[in-house]
Design a protein around this ligand. Structure first.
Ligand code: GAL
Length: 272
């Protein structure tokens, strides 16, 4: 049985995703192993089980919240050193089917695990959104790069993932010193990092958008293992609620869930 550290950032209204994520992660993700969650949040009324450590974390604003995530993770570096594997999950990512350790544990040669970005899955190199400022530490010159991975789900053997966290924290801060923020923040740095490495690469079925507006042609043959919940979903209360533009949330009741289901069905059909 391996010890798995789970990194999860939920500031502001993103805390709405937490309960459902935790429930599903406990049910579906690496069930034969021991999980320790690290929940970074500014919420102060979350009650959690024994395997969740809450780390008070002030919302940094956008895009700093995503860009500075490696710095955020380093707050628990000592705890992470006690883990065998570490995984980061985007707040709106929900497991929907069993995911076994063997699927996500990289070998010692692979060291880390990354996931293909759903929008660029089976798409040509020329549309990959790598950082193209040669002054950035995340720069990927054409034609390098075989696949484009997403920032939302990655991890690996603790020792190597901690190295990634430390290396990318330095890369991001080095860019900031030079007045540069890479085009897709942490994701751009991750894509640069794996260029010279040989990670375990998971298919986009671990990050399927709930409503597929793009690349449906390539995604529809994949049976999702996790889905990215849309901010319009009644689960999270709607777009304006998530953004803090209104305090009125869309109720997560049967009627709204049914309307949402109909909307998804129509949109996914139209784009398919
Ligand atoms: C978008 C996604 C962004 C970023 C971008 C890369 O679909 O929402 O977070 O990954 O693709 O082009």
């Amino acid at each position: 049985m391996a010890k798995i550290g789970i990194l999860y950032i939920a500031t502001g209204r993103y805390i709405t995703f937490w309960n459902e994520f935790y429930k599903r992660c406990e049910k579906f993700f690496c069930n034969d192993h021991q999980k320790q969650y690290f929940l970074f949040t500014d919420a102060n009324n979350v009650s959690v089980k024994n395997n969740v450590k809450i780390i008070q974390h002030k919302y940094l604003g956008w895009p700093e919240e995503t860009l500075m995530r490696f710095d955020t993770f380093l707050k628990v570096e000592n705890d992470l050193q006690k883990m065998d594997y570490i995984y980061f999950f985007n707040a709106n990512l929900y497991p929907v089917r069993k995911i076994k350790g063997e699927e996500v544990f990289p070998s010692f040669e692979q060291q880390i695990m990354v996931t293909l970005h759903p929008a660029f899955y089976n798409m040509p190199r020329k549309i990959f959104t790598y950082e193209n400022n040669e002054k950035s530490s995340a720069y990927v010159p054409f034609p390098l790069g075989e696949y484009y991975v997403c920032g939302g789900f990655n991890g690996g053997i603790a020792e190597y993932y901690l190295k990634l966290i430390n290396d990318l924290d330095k890369a991001v801060k080095n860019d900031l010193k030079n007045g540069i923020i890479a085009v897709w923040h942490d994701e751009s740095h991750l894509n640069r990092y794996i260029l010279d490495r040989n990670p375990l690469i998971l298919s986009a079925k671990y990050v399927i958008p709930e409503v597929i507006g793009f690349n449906q042609k390539n995604l529809k043959s994949l049976k999702p293992k996790m889905i990215l919940i849309d901010k319009m979903s009644p689960i999270c209360g709607g777009h304006d609620y998530m953004r803090g533009l209104t305090d009125k949330r869309i109720k997560n009741n049967f009627i709204n869930r049914f309307k949402w289901w109909l909307h998804k069905k129509r949109t996914n059909k139209k784009n398919g």
